[in-house]
Design a protein around this ligand. Structure first.
Ligand code: GTP
Ligand code: MG
Length: 200
């Protein structure tokens, strides 16, 4: 899929605010803070519209980016970083989760997981929460430019084994690196497939 146009539409601080804009398919990016969600949105859109930072907790609102005037990429605040204030944790719980549960336009959630570290309880729990709420998601392993093929293979194997405690089969995944522009076509192709479907 070609990206011809991308526009930042708005930042929302509640699910109710997002309802005003949502009339087209949406794809949400979620995961631990600093995992690379905003960088991925920039990589996919060949832009630098999403603000990134080496300090976790940069994205604090629900940000909608309209692509090709026909679908939205949605950048969400991350979860699970030690220095988050009580308010930031509440924000995540209240509006990111509420948005994910209630958005009628959400076609697929992309859950970013840092490929460099072992399966984190917080990610495994979050996947369980998505499963319990019947929310379709794809695991996106980020920052694979930092690893060699063997390490990547081991990491996926280890995580899949862990997930088999909770899932009949491990949820699908894609490997990517925003830095090296790996995985871009695969992610955009997925979005294109979902765009063609009418509902979740
Ligand atoms: P929050 O908004 O705080 O939740 O973080 P985020 O998930 O949006 O992360 P962000 O995109 O701001 O990136 C965090 C850090 O990771 C930055 O220092 C990026 O430069 C770095 N980073 C992002 N993607 C990659 C990647 O593909 N490879 C490498 N090596 N570093 C990356
Ligand atoms: Mg961010």
């Amino acid at each position: 899929m070609k990206i011809k146009k991308v526009e930042f539409i708005t930042s929302s601080s509640s699910f109710q605010e997002t309802e005003k804009i949502t009339s087209k398919p949406e794809y949400a990016f979620i995961g631990r803070s600093n995992v690379g969600k905003s960088s991925l949105i920039n990589m996919l859109t060949n832009s630098s519209l999403a603000k990134t930072s080496s300090n976790p907790g940069k994205t604090q609102l629900i940000n909608h980016y309209l692509v090709n005037e026909s679908w939205f990429l949605v950048d969400l605040p991350g979860y699970g970083y030690a220095k988050a204030s009580k308010k930031q944790r509440e924000n995540f719980k209240v509006f990111s989760k509420e948005y994910l549960m209630k958005s009628s336009q959400l076609r697929c959630i992309f859950l970013l997981i840092d490929a460099r570290i072992k399966p984190q309880k917080i990610d495994v729990n979050f996947m369980s929460w998505l499963g319990e709420n019947n929310l379709p998601f794809i695991r996106l392993f980020s920052k694979i430019d930092k690893l060699n093929t063997e390490k990547i293979k081991n990491m996926i194997g280890e995580q899949n084994i862990e997930l088999l405690n909770y899932w009949e089969s491990p949820p699908p995944y894609i490997l990517f690196s925003s830095k090296k522009k790996i995985g871009r076509e695969e992610i955009l192709n997925k979005i294109e497939e979902f765009n063609k479907l009418k509902h979740l």
